[in-house]
Design a protein around this ligand. Structure first.
Ligand code: SF4
Ligand code: SF4
Length: 91
């Protein structure tokens, strides 16, 4: 699961250029057909390794618009099961 942009989005575009993985598209390019901005869950890293919080959420002027809950879980396949700050240890 990636971050989610909710329906209180005001379509200001502030998040688009902040995403290091270009995972955010506007409503015209939303593959689900919904009239809302969309985050590609296959490429969104939740900004692990880049920022303490998702860069899109930092840039968003609409409090609560961008939501996430998996920065400390293994649920994001992009992060391959690693958590923020976890050392890489070879077995
Ligand atoms: S959390 Fe980071 S990688 Fe994911 S959409 Fe936001 S800015 Fe892009
Ligand atoms: S910065 Fe927030 S309000 Fe603006 S387009 Fe992105 S999600 Fe929507």
């Amino acid at each position: 699961m990636a971050v989610i942009i909710t329906d209180i989005c005001i379509s200001c575009d502030a998040c688009l250029d902040e995403c290091p993985t270009e995972s955010i598209v506007d409503n015209d390019e939303n593959p689900t057909g919904e009239d809302i901005y969309y985050v590609n869950p296959e490429t969104c890293t939740e900004c692990i390794g880049d920022n303490d919080a998702p860069a899109c959420a930092d840039a968003c002027p609409t409090e609560g618009c961008i939501q996430w809950d998996n920065r400390d879980s293994a649920a994001n396949p992009v992060r391959d099961g690693k958590t923020a700050g976890e050392p890489c240890v070879e077995d």
